[in-house]
Design a protein around this ligand. Structure first.
Ligand code: FAD
Length: 384
């Protein structure tokens, strides 16, 4: 078939999440194609997030924790939620999500996945033309575009990291508590180690930096040193490695036409679902897939309107001030986190970090931060 109702370019998190939504009975009238350039799905990342309520993929979570910790210079803050609370820190291996999404697509007669093919270009017209790298093309009424944005500039603020999942021969991790940020002293950015203990002998350990894109530390040496200094580990089995660099300042790709005829929509990170204060995009991306599918569910194709993704403006503004405050004083930045995690209840901080907090929750988190430092950051954010 060369003519489709919806073509999704990029079958990663956002593309597959949308395909799964369009595979539901409400959207069975749509002919949907996902075009993905990779030839197979492997575990290439681990999504972690604070869950506040169950979602379509909750059963795929590898583990949930009700306790997490941040530490710096011998001091630390621990936050807890009740064991039966819906608020928990969760993690999901990407390959499990990919396999589930592929199953859902295979079971839906209206949705198809084409792998091993990259989209070269998309051309506007009364119907969109999608040009593929095998020199063929296809046509679609709507195109949902999850292709990554261009690489950041050397000075762009990024969150970059390398993680190893290791297995040890004796117990050494406290599997009840996530080590969210174990800060290290530095003045070239914010540097912390992050430990997700899956069991007493198995954990994912990541060395994470928030700094300029051009700054590339020796991640592997940092991990080795941390494992030795913190856990006394010199021998362990490395079963998985992941690496990422998330541009925290990227401008989302927006396709907006003044004549109201725009039928291209950005998805995922390309649409701006990544939150710059946390580097998290997972739940927001799933929510956006539900929003987009909802636009198609109840109206005839010719009448469908899909507004572009819009993050909450206040969250965006507060994130800008927060990141500005960090960049202005890297050596003190760990103290800001410590103050926030010490000063407010877990549920309040989680509401703040996952979006849509109440004004009172925003205020109680903001009050933990040094006033003059962040007022100056707000002034800089306002004056450009
Ligand atoms: C290693 C790593 C760990 C992360 N951990 C977390 C986390 O713990 N929590 C969290 O919230 N976020 C995390 N993120 C950030 C974010 O959630 C992920 O990057 C997420 O996968 C973004 O979804 P996406 O759909 O925008 O991009 P992707 O999932 O990267 O999907 C884009 C897809 O487009 C395909 N593609 C690219 N070009 C073309 C083309 N021309 N034609 C066809 N297909 C194309 C790619 O192969 C890819 O499959 C992490 C990111 C990385 C890289």
């Amino acid at each position: 078939m060369t003519e489709w109702d919806v073509v999704i370019v990029g079958g990663g998190l956002s593309g597959l999440a949308l395909a799964v939504e369009l595979a539901q009975p409400e959207c069975a009238h749509l002919r949907v194609l996902v075009i993905e350039k990779r030839t197979e799905y492997l575990r290439d990342r681990t999504w972690s997030y604070w869950s506040t309520q169950p979602h379509r993929y909750s059963a795929l979570e590898r583990k949930r924790w009700h306790k997490w910790r941040v530490g710096f210079n011998g001091r630390h803050a621990v936050q807890k939620t009740r064991q039966n609370s819906t608020v928990a820190y969760c993690t999901m291996d990407a390959d499990v999500f990919y396999a589930y999404a592929q199953q859902q697509i295979a079971a839906a007669p209206n949705v198809h996945l084409k792998m091993g093919t990259a989209v070269r270009d998309i051309q506007d017209g009364p119907v969109q033309t999608v040009l593929l790298d095998d020199n063929t093309s296809l046509r679609s009424h709507w195109v949902m575009d999850a292709r990554p944005l261009k690489a950041p500039d050397a000075n762009s603020l990024c969150q970059h990291f390398v993680g190893w999942e290791i297995v040890t021969s004796s117990d050494c991790f406290d599997d009840s508590t996530v080590e969210l940020m174990d800060f290290q002293s530095t003045n070239t950015g914010l540097h912390f180690l992050y430990v997700l203990p899956y069991g007493k002998r198995q954990a994912l350990i990541e060395t994470t930096w928030m700094s300029a894109y051009a700054h590339r530390p020796d991640y592997e040496a940092e991990l080795q040193t941390y494992l030795q200094d913190r856990y006394g580990l010199t021998t362990y089995k490395r079963v998985y490695r992941e690496q990422g660099c998330l541009d925290l300042q990227s401008m989302p790709r927006t396709y907006v036409k003044t004549d109201g005829s725009h039928k291209r929509v950005s998805l995922g990170r390309a649409a701006g679902t990544l939150r710059s204060s946390t580097g998290f995009a997972f739940l927001e991306t799933l929510a956006d897939a539900r929003r987009i599918a909802g636009c198609f569910a109840t109206v005839p194709l010719a009448d469908v309107r899909v507004p572009p993704y819009r993050p909450d403006w206040l969250d965006g503004w507060m994130d800008k001030i927060f990141c500005g405050g960090l960049v202005a004083d890297w050596p003190r930045a760990p103290e800001f986190f410590l103050a926030m995690f010490k000063g407010v209840a877990a549920e309040t901080l989680v509401a703040f970090l996952t979006g849509r907090p109440t004004m009172l929750q925003r205020l109680s988190v903001s009050l933990q931060l040094p006033k003059w430092h962040f007022l100056r950051a707000a002034h800089r954010a306002l004056t450009g």
